[in-house]
Design a protein around this ligand. Structure first.
Ligand SMILES: [Zn+2]
Length: 408
């Protein structure tokens, strides 16, 4: 560690904390150990620390002398990390520490994800626990559980746990920038009853419709780039081919709730005499959509091929097919509303070496910019209502809002 430290920039105290938490396995759904470790860490350094029922940790760091009257600020990060490794790696994320290595200017891990998201944010906040030479008002450090898999810890945070008037989220993407705003997320589950036929009707061919080559991306940082959502594009194509009276067997697409679907598969039964028409109809609309998305999705490819997968589910009847396709076509996707003039650029923070005298006034300006965002709140309320409405239209049960939390 000492040898590595000499290669890393100051302040070393952040890297030390990051290294300490990197020794503890902390994949999503496995944060109990790191949570207990953080509680002990806080208490060992004389801070009040607790873990709540949702597995989140709060450490209260007293103010520096003379700063007791300052407003309480919460520094927030998430404990869990995404666990991915190279196919030939023997790393066990449940038991093994993350192994660091430095490649050029970058700190990386040995054939695994590093967990800098959000380990580095957690480490930055931890420095306030160990380094009492830093001057600050009262702090609350909030480390949430299972952010990567649905903001689960944040959603379970009880009211009244935090006393802070301000919250700084230490889970962002840009260096030397503060983003003033708020992101949120909710998961909504809809159940639409589908009636499946008992047997595949005679003279139907099972077709595999496969859309791939899309860019995907993160719903939190890429959504305004207007990449194609594979599910939305594929169901739009299927809607176009509805004259061929196909019956839906299955649609599968998307890998995570915060990943824009880059690949999607549909299995449909098509009347055999109409297979050629069906294929041509899909390719025609795919060509038109390809032009529409030419600048952002140049590698989109649609394959339509007959298949004989024996494990396929029986086809839905025609009404269920139409309902499912209509539902997926109507669900909103992408940026629905934004501030006039587009998304604001993040607030640039003046590096410590330069004068910081303008920073407070720029911060105030940014806060004033928040006002035009109110229509966005109205739009998000509308989306919350829209899900259940569309579900009802499709003959399903109302989808309750199951989880809401800040920042994805
Ligand atoms: Zn994160």
């Amino acid at each position: 560690m000492e040898a590595l430290l000499t290669q890393l920039p100051e302040p070393h105290s952040i890297w030390q904390q990051f290294h300490a938490i990197s020794q503890i396995p902390r994949g999503s759904h496995n944060t109990e150990h790191i949570a207990d470790w953080l509680v002990n860490f806080g208490r060992e350094h004389g801070c009040e620390a607790q873990k709540d029922a949702a597995g989140n940790v709060v450490i209260r760091v007293p103010a520096s002398a003379g700063k007791e009257d300052k407003p309480i600020v919460c520094l927030q990060g998430h404990m869990d990390m995404v666990c991915e490794k190279a196919t030939d790696s023997a790393h066990n994320f449940a038991t093994d520490p993350i192994q660091w290595r430095i490649v050029g200017e970058h700190l990386m891990a040995n054939n695994t994800t590093l967990g800098a998201d959000n380990g580095i944010g957690v480490a930055a906040a931890m420095v306030f626990v160990v380094d009492r030479s830093l001057v600050h008002g009262p702090l609350e450090l909030l480390f949430t559980a299972d952010e990567e898999v649905g903001l689960i810890g944040a959603a379970g945070l009880g009211t009244g746990v935090l006393k802070a008037q301000y919250l700084i989220n230490c889970d962002s993407e840009e260096e030397h920038a503060i983003c003033v705003g708020c992101a949120g997320g909710f998961v909504s589950k809809a159940k639409i009853p589908l009636t499946r036929l008992e047997a595949v009707p005679a003279n139907m061919t099972l077709m595999h419709v496969h859309l791939t080559g899309l860019r995907g991306g993160h719903s939190g940082v890429d959504i305004h780039k207007e990449f194609g959502n594979g599910i939305k594009l594929l169901v739009r194509m299927l809607k176009h081919a509805q004259q061929q009276e196909f019956l839906l067997s299955s649609i599968k697409g998307g890998s995570a709730h915060n990943a824009i679907p880059r690949e999607v598969h549909a299995m449909v039964y098509v009347p055999t005499p109409r297979v050629a028409e069906f294929t041509e109809s899909l390719q025609r609309i795919a060509g038109a959509i390809g032009k529409e998305y030419a600048t952002v999705e140049p590698h989109m490819v649609l394959n339509v091929t007959p298949t004989d997968s024996a494990e396929q589910m029986a086809p839905c009847d025609r009404l269920s097919t139409v309902r499912a396709i209509n539902f997926l076509n109507t669900i909103p996707s992408g940026v629905l509303r934004s501030r006039a003039g587009g998304l604001p650029s993040p607030l640039t923070v003046v590096p410590p070496s330069a004068t910081t005298s303008t920073a407070p006034c720029r911060f105030a300006q940014a806060v004033r910019h928040l006002r035009p965002f109110l229509p966005v709140e109205a739009a998000s309320a509308h989306v919350l209502q829209l899900g259940p409405f569309l579900c009802e239209l499709a003959g399903g049960t109302r989808a309750p809002r199951s989880a809401t939390a800040a920042r994805c």
